[in-house]
Design a protein around this ligand. Sequence first.
Ligand SMILES: Nc1nc2c(ncn2[C@@H]2O[C@H](COP(=O)(O)OP(=O)(O)O)[C@@H](O)[C@H]2O)c(=O)[nH]1
Ligand SMILES: [Mg+2]
Length: 443
Amino acid sequence: MFESLGERLQATLADVRGHGTLTEDDINSAMREIRLALLEADVNFKVVKSFTGAVKEKALGAGIIGQLNPGQQVVKIVNDELRELMGGESTEFRFASRPPTVILMAGLQGSGKTTATGKLARYLREQHSSAVAVAACDVYRPAAVQQLITVGGQAGAAVYEQGTDRDPVKIAAWARDRAISEGKDVLIVDTSGRLHVDAELMKELAEIRKAIRPDAVYLVVDAMTGQDAVHVAEQFAQSVDFDGVIMSKLDGDARGGAALSVKAVTGKPIVFASTGEKLDQFERFHPDRMAQRILGMGDVLSLIERATDAYDEQQAKELERKFRRNEFDLNDFLEQLRQIRRLGPLQNLLSMIPGMGKELKGAKIDERQFDRIQAIILAMTPQERRNPAIIKGSRRLRIARGSGTNVQAVKALIVQFEQMRKVMRQVSTGKMPDLGAIMRQSR
Ligand SMILES: Nc1nc2c(ncn2[C@@H]2O[C@H](COP(=O)(O)OP(=O)(O)O)[C@@H](O)[C@H]2O)c(=O)[nH]1
Ligand SMILES: [Mg+2]
């Protein structure tokens, strides 16, 4: 996301940073570059104007002309202004004082509402252990109900639906009562969209809103539509109104304009960002980290947060103990693999590390290799996983068949696992492994 905007801004700022001293002309020409980069990223032109105006004013006002290291100060000013542009502070998901917290999803058809409903349900279950229900109020397309049943199920949410023959306002009210009686923490109401903002859609949303009195209305907008997304948000803000934006499809070739303009134009913050079709490609939106990401400072904070989610200290200690006693087995290994995968696609993970983004753009990580390893381990008996040394001839063949791989792959996995175990054991007992010997072995 934001690749070309990021590259252009980074190039401009690298240029500014390279100057020992800065003249007003230097700043003017940097502002021109920044303005072009933002316009090209489809940022609203009024927003661009006020943005570059603010940066310039601060840069000149900071008295940096002629000073040492003025370039870095400009980078900081741009970073701070980008953050403010996107709303400054990140917006918390707020629970109602009395459950269920009711969320109403709104947005045009295809904006990503149903997907975001599933993602938000999953997020709340994972991050807050919430009992979540989702309600199917898009009754205009039979496939929409089915889609919510699918994603809701994947997200581990209860799906409240009454098919397509009922008034969506009635379904919403029914779902709310049911969420209360079933003691749910959160109810997320998925609604139908239209291809364009129209009076009928607004009326229906207003009626649903009146019937269920949601604690928050989230507008889902498609980042790939750039300025159109912002325009849609503006229209919603004027009629139904909403509390926050879920920016979808920030992956792919989203140029960033929508994400950068929507707060300034509508006054509503982006609460969540959706970055792919999979349910776990969803995160809280942090303006500060997003600014750093655009400027290529790497989203280190985001990375750390995700890493600690999936891996707690307790487990680390337990692991170390196992290594020391040589009790680490293939079950533990499988768990480790799952932990890594829970962090999301490796490609995403790597792009968050500062300086890595560009270099890895061309590289493809073969995620299927992980699937193969998992499949092999899963095809083993518990006994074999505890003690892979017993896996010989016929067992190897059975595992290869069971996992849809071949004997070589099974063999290689076991050899590599044994080597890793040996190294980890030496490390954890304080003995330095003989790396040279390991390299020779694995050739
Ligand atoms: N690449 C990408 N696709 C998405 C994202 N969110 C939704 N989609 C896709 O966009 C299409 C429309 O999404 P859907 O949730 O059905 O939109 P709705 O009509 O608003 O409910 C589907 O094909 C989704 O898989 C996202 O963050 N990234
Ligand atoms: Mg839908």
